[in-house]
Design a binder for this molecule. Structure first.
Ligand code: ZN
Length: 267
């Protein structure tokens, strides 16, 4: 009896393992389309970002979060090439999403529908060359000044250029950065400032920035985000971040997963 129980238990654990594994590593083989929202959704027909390419490397390979909509893959590759042309060092690409999207076990609420990607602010040449095989031991540095306000000396013009390049890619809907980074851009960017609109202040995001694409036209079940307000965003909405206030990230109510995602993620 005990043996049988044990066997059932092992089988259960094994099948759970296989299930989790398949969700993590096999895409759902269809045309690519996004379902739901970035913080409650999934993706069918995701594409894997090659683990390295012109001007970039993917980091933390053990997380297997290098999947996304083909437009996201293209965007990252384009950005890396453009950065290379500007003599910006090899980009370190962090999390995109899982092979079929869905909620991540740790680290983010979004990154669920194949439209989000994190790019680290580590731009020092060769800062990844001593990394281990999974590139999981690269140190990430904050751009914030630990004493008082503002940014530290790691922050350079290259970071500003990189954000400008990213914001000017049409498919990019918005980019999340730390409020101090947005503030720096508001203070320093001259000439065409239209792209500042896409740069959105948000909690953390001082070691990496986060790009999010708009819903692809070929994904009718992709739920659009509230449009970003008009203007550069260098106004009271930015000043708010530097006043004392309670963190507003408390809307923890879990919405039900879209039906199509339940199917996709259960396979
Ligand atoms: Zn992110």
């Amino acid at each position: 009896m005990l043996k049988k129980l044990l066997f059932t238990f092992v089988l259960l654990i094994y099948s759970l393992g296989v299930m989790a594994e398949s969700q993590l590593t096999t895409t759902f083989p269809t045309e690519s389309y996004v379902i739901g929202k970035t913080n409650n959704g999934c993706i069918s027909g995701a594409q894997a970002l090659p683990l390295q390419g012109d001007g970039y490397v993917v980091v933390h390979l053990e997380r297997r979060r290098h999947y996304g909509h083909p437009l996201l893959i293209q965007t990252l590759q384009t950005l890396a090439k453009q950065a290379q042309q500007q003599q910006i060092s090899v980009l370190q690409i962090g999390d995109l999403g899982q092979a079929r999207g869905g909620a991540l076990p740790f680290g983010h609420r979004s990154h669920q529908s194949g439209l989000d990607a994190d790019i680290w602010f580590n731009l020092k040449a060769n800062s990844y060359t001593n990394a281990n095989k999974q590139r999981s031991n690269i140190k990430q540095f904050s751009m914030l000044n630990p004493k008082g306000k503002g940014l530290n000396t790691r922050w350079t013009n290259q970071h500003r250029t990189l954000l400008e390049l990213a914001a000017k890619i049409v498919e990019v809907d918005r980019i999340f950065v730390n409020p101090s980074i947005k503030h720096d851009l508001c203070e320093t960017v001259i000439g065409n400032r239209e792209w500042l609109r896409k740069i959105r202040p948000w909690y953390h995001h001082d070691k990496h920035f986060h790009i999010r694409l708009r819903c692809p036209e070929s994904s009718p079940d992709c739920i659009k985000q509230t449009p970003i307000p008009a203007g550069e965003g260098c106004d009271a909405s930015l000043a708010w971040w530097f006043k004392k206030h309670k963190a507003s990230g408390s809307i923890k109510k879990k919405s039900r997963q879209p039906k199509a995602c339940q199917v996709l993620l259960a396979d």
